[in-house]
Design a protein around this ligand. Sequence first.
Ligand code: NCD
Ligand code: ZN
Ligand code: ZN
Length: 347
Amino acid sequence: MKKLTIRRPDDWHLHLRDGAVLKAVLPYTAAHFGRAIVMPNLVPPVVTCADAEAYRRRIMAALPEGLDFTPLMTLYLTEETDAADVEAGFRDGLVTAVKLYPAGATTNSQSGVRDIARVYPVLERMAEIGMPLCVHGEVTDPRIDIFDREAVFIETVLDPLRRRIPGLRVVMEHVTTREGVDYVRAQDGTMGATITTHHLMINRNAILAGGIRPHYYCLPVAKREEHRLALRRAATSGDARFFLGTDSAPHVDPLKECACGCAGIFSAPNTLSCLAHVFEEEGALDRLEAFTSLNGPGFYRLPPNEQHVTLERRDAPVAFPAKVETGEGTVTVFDPMTPIFWSVSMP
Ligand SMILES: NC(=O)N[C@@H](CC(=O)O)C(=O)O
Ligand SMILES: [Zn+2]
Ligand SMILES: [Zn+2]
């Protein structure tokens, strides 16, 4: 039996939703993770500091007694975002980052940015104060093939943005391609990238081969195997620019299992166990802690968590719930399609 104790991880990209779903999913993240960057794509989105403060309170109210968890709040960037509000929220510690969604790119992104030039003043202010920008890196042009949208975004939006505001600290969220990994590697320490657990485990066959499986559909959509392997090399490399963002994104089953299903994979309950499995497969268990618990705080200029978690390799596969009941319907948990032997506990 193998046993591994690491600093308690953080999740640098997480959807907690609101109301009954928030209450149902939050305990899974808070059981393992010390902090999480909480995505602002509610309906309506979390745009102002007042919105973020109200959402933070709802998260803390939903947190079960005895669990120690800090939500790191983000603001949803719109073309009307007020730079002074953003700066005030960052300076008093209420908000940690701003999130850029190209309008229409993903779940609840209708109020996102259409013309990036219109948000340059806010981004310039963020560069001045050292506030990170989290980016959903896909173009939305219907002429661009969905599997190419990340690579085209890098070329046509991200790289010009980096050149225009080189001091801006940018996180390319849920990177899914070799091009994305290579781009981040070619940048300096002002650039980071989150990688999800599921993109390390599945390629696009999971969604489409042998039947259409909506619970493997997320955005950016999983790509070819060569890209999954590039992500694995990046995550297990120890390179400080790559860190865990699970992008755990619950949608109730009727919204996934239908003619036009929502994008998002709910992985919070088994994500750490799955990651230990991936790092074991790669012979890189000694680098798991960097990916889950050290590189992210390094980028966000926060201390690593003081607590630790223990991962233990069991002789028999560990059981996870297949579905979580939320009161608004069930949410299906990510199925890694392979037995997972790693259990998680807090010493
Ligand atoms: N990743 C997803 O497929 N979905 C996310 C949005 C996002 O992170 O793009 C969601 O909010 O459901
Ligand atoms: Zn996204
Ligand atoms: Zn997301």
